[in-house]
Structures are given as C-alpha cells and as structure tokens.
Design a protein around this ligand. Structure first.
Ligand code: ZN
Length: 295
C-alpha cells in the first residue's frame, strides 16, 4: 500500500528528489570551496612565518608594541646615558646641598653645544632601543634623562633642547605632577607630543626595596596607569627612586609591562640582556662632559 501511495504521486516525489539533491550539492560545493581556501591559504601564511623567523634569527628578548620592535639579546650598547635633575636659571652656591642635583642653564647649554659640535644626537631611552633593534649606528648617540619631573625641566631645559633639536626621557613622580616646583599635566603632555619620552619615577618616590608586595605594585602600576592616561601612550621606561632596587623590584617592574629601567649605577657599556639595570652618568654642576665622554 505504501509503495502504491509513493508512486501514485510521481510529480511531487521528483520535486522532493530534486530539492534534496540541490541541498546535498550545495553542501558539497561549499565544502569544496572551504577545502580549496584552506589548502591554498595555509602554505602562504606558513611561508610568511618562516621568513619572519629567518629575519630575527636570535630569539627576541622582547617586543615593543604597537611599533612591533624586536630587541635581540646579547647586543652591547656603548651609548652614554646622562642623568640630570634640576636645570636652573641661577647656579647654586657651593655649599647648597641641591647643587649636586643641579646644573645651571648656562652649563646645560654648554653641554648641548658640545654634543652638537661633536656630531652627537640626543634621543630618548626607548628611541635608543629602537635604533638598536633596527641595527642603526649609535656611535654618535647619547640619551638625556631627567629625574623627578621638576618644573625647570620644562621651563629651562626644554627650550634649550629645542634649539639643538635634542630629545630626552623625563621621569616623573606621578603624585607630584601639578604640585609646586613640578611640571603639570599639560607640560608633561607637551613634552611627550614633541617627541620626548615620559617615564615613570613611581607614585611617591619611596625606597621600593622596603615596600610590601601590595604597596610595590601600587607604586609601579599606579604611576604607569596615571602617566599613561596623561600622555595617551604606553609607558615603557622606569627610573628607580634614589636608585634603590633588587630582584623583587625589577621583576615587579617587568611584570607591570615596563621594558626598561634606569639605575644610578655608574655608566659603562651595557647589554640588551639587562634592560632593567641600565647604568647612567650622574651629571651635576661640576661635571666636565668632554672628559666624561672621552675617558
Ligand atoms: Zn628621584
């Protein structure tokens, strides 16, 4: 009876077979297209990956995003890193305790004039690492760094730097931004926008080695966030307050996403292997830059 019923309406059955066949055919075509895509797309992507590996033969030490700059380990850097604090209109008296942290406007201009005469270019710390990553020559490069974020950095140092087209890294204490004697948010942002780098010098300038893990995290991550919000950019560089650090502090800084940290250890050629122990030359009123760079 069933057969009879089935065959009794041949027209409808044909349509069913046709419909079913169309669906199966469509699925098969779609699958075939997918397989074709996978087969012919994958080897290309693989070739690209292989090429990228071949270019950076050594395992990258770290990558700066979003610029995607890869710094290789074991690269020696002979670029002097200069550490300034105050740059002031009037030189400090011999017996003034701040004198050790201060360079007069005239002296500072003398330093930059000397650097220019000798064919040096002054760059920010992150830009030095970009040069190293790109394999560019760095024999006539210096890095200017300024600790604490003093107002005179913006009012006195920066106009002179602009005259020589020099850039640097300014390490600001984020809790002191906008307080008496320190740069405000707009000034910090202006420096960043003009091609300088703004680094973190913590929230409140404590001895980081003496803090609990929780407080350490606050100082390191809190300042990174605050400064990042002011400049609208990722903060890569850190400066240890009073130069004090240990393995726990360095790894907290690395874990927070910083890529470099400067110390107060006496400068000597350093390696890309120790980006959290970058040494510097302390520069003050008594420094003879010419002797320093040619010793
Ligand atoms: Zn400091």
């Amino acid at each position: 009876m069933r057969f009879k019923k089935f065959f009794s309406r041949p027209g409808k059955n044909k349509r069913r077979v046709f419909l079913f066949g169309s669906i199966v055919l469509s699925i098969l075509l779609a699958q075939g297209w997918l397989i074709f895509q996978l087969k012919f797309d994958k080897p290309e992507a693989g070739a690209e990956a292989e090429q990228a590996v071949a270019v950076n033969s050594a395992t990258p030490l770290f990558t700066l995003t979003p610029q995607e700059i890869t710094v290789s380990p074991g690269v020696k850097i002979g670029v002097p890193i200069l550490m300034y604090h105050h740059i002031e209109l009037v030189p400090r008296a011999e017996d003034d305790p701040i004198r050790a942290l201060s360079v007069s406007k005239e002296k500072f201009e003398g330093h930059l004039e000397y650097l220019r005469k000798e064919g040096y270019n002054a760059v920010a710390l992150t830009d030095l690492y970009k040069k190293v990553a790109a394999g560019e020559a760095t024999d006539k490069t210096v890095v200017l760094t300024f600790d604490d974020g003093y107002l005179d950095n913006f009012e006195v140092a920066w106009p002179i730097m602009q005259k020589y087209d020099f850039k640097g890294t300014f390490f600001v204490i984020s809790n002191r931004i906008g307080t008496a004697g320190y740069m405000n948010k707009e000034q910090v942002k202006t420096l960043q926008d003009a091609g300088n780098e703004i680094g973190s010098h913590s929230l409140s300038h404590p001895d980081l080695t003496r803090l609990s893990d929780k407080r350490l995290k606050e100082e390191i991550e809190g300042s990174k966030k605050e400064i990042g919000e002011i400049i609208g950019k990722n903060v890569f560089s850190f400066c240890y307050p009073t130069g004090k650090f240990n393995a726990r502090v360095s790894s907290a800084i690395q874990n927070a996403g910083y890529k470099f940290a400067v110390t107060t250890r006496r400068w000597q050629p350093f390696s890309t292997d120790n980006p959290f122990e970058v040494p510097r030359y302390r520069v003050n009123s008594n420094t003879n830059l010419e002797n320093l760079l040619n010793r």
